[in-house]
Write a protein that binds this ligand. Sequence first.
Ligand code: PLP
Length: 395
Amino acid sequence: MNKKRDLFLRHVAQTSPEPLGLEIVSASGCKLFDVNGKEYLDFISGVSVSNLGHNNIEINNAVIEQINKHAHLLVYGEFIQSAQVEYAELLCSVLPKELNNVYFVNSGAEAIDGAMKLSKRVTGKPEIISCKNAYHGSTHGPLSIMGSEEYKTAFRPLLPDTRLIEFGNFDDLNFITDRTAAVVIEPVQGEAGVRTAKKEYFKALSSRCKEVGAMLVFDEVQTGFGRTGKLFALEHFDVTPDILVLAKALGGGYPIGAFIANEKIMKTLTYNPVLGHITTFGGHPVSCAAGLAALKIMLREKYFNEVAKKEKMFVSLLSDMPHVKEIRSAGLLMAIEFNSFDISSKVIKALLNNGVISDWFLFAPESLRIAPPLIISEDEIAAGCEKIKKIVNEI
Ligand code: PLP
């Protein structure tokens, strides 16, 4: 019996009936190393977090420098903290000019929750609309707008006045009315198994929101920071949301989230009531220092420019496999849909045994998730794909 594994299962709360339970002791670039020295190729980036890979020296140095200055000082928004201010300024400089005010929180779910509150506060309206198969986080607010009843039923009652529409369906835009405070949407649905919609859909959605006075909230928690081949996925659609939600890669490997809007909109959280949104640790200086360093690297090295080429390589190497229904991709966010969950779970387990970390999607368990760090080399892509092909061909 592995004692550490036993303690892990006994004392660390589990919500997965079958946690991987790997003991990773170090990580570097696209590789993870377990306690026995076995090497794993990271094909999921900690679920779209480690876009720059692991153990980046510049991020490490930024963290160390910040730790040597100070960690937490006071609740969010009271003191001027350089890392936070610099990061907010840099983020705003790379976003559409209307998005010029950043509220830092701790996670994606918290940022979505903040965006939901802000939408209600600004519009004075009650209803939040989201999409079927959408995932926006697991706390009560985001859960209330999750696009899967299966995951919601056990936790009802949830927030009232929510409605689901079909992602990409033009007719459903008519459900957005003058009662709607916000439409919360992922520009590319991640947990649905990488589903994209047409540019015209997002244009029509944006017009409909403007027409009825609803906030358009883009959830780029999974698509941000180069994942889809642009720094932000919104650039593919020529649409500027009223509120942009970021997390995951926002922190360069450290916990942070943010909702970003125009200063005029954000100001409504300052009055009636004052302190309309509060967080103790939101925008933690160490996370901001790490995220700031990561964004500087991303802007300097422009890894997002190589994403389309690497995506093509994956798709061409993985085409012509048996048992595959469809391959969907949005940059380095890819889903290999197999004929059944049985096949995808066999592939995922075999990949793990063969030193490749992959996963399925919450609402598309028959699909294999491939979302490696954007820095992945062509040799690593070839090696990982070779293993996938071999395993799938032998099933
Ligand atoms: N939104 C999207 C699109 C996500 O993929 C996730 C997490 O997977 C979240 C929100 C929630 O983020 P967090 O897990 O940091 O709360």
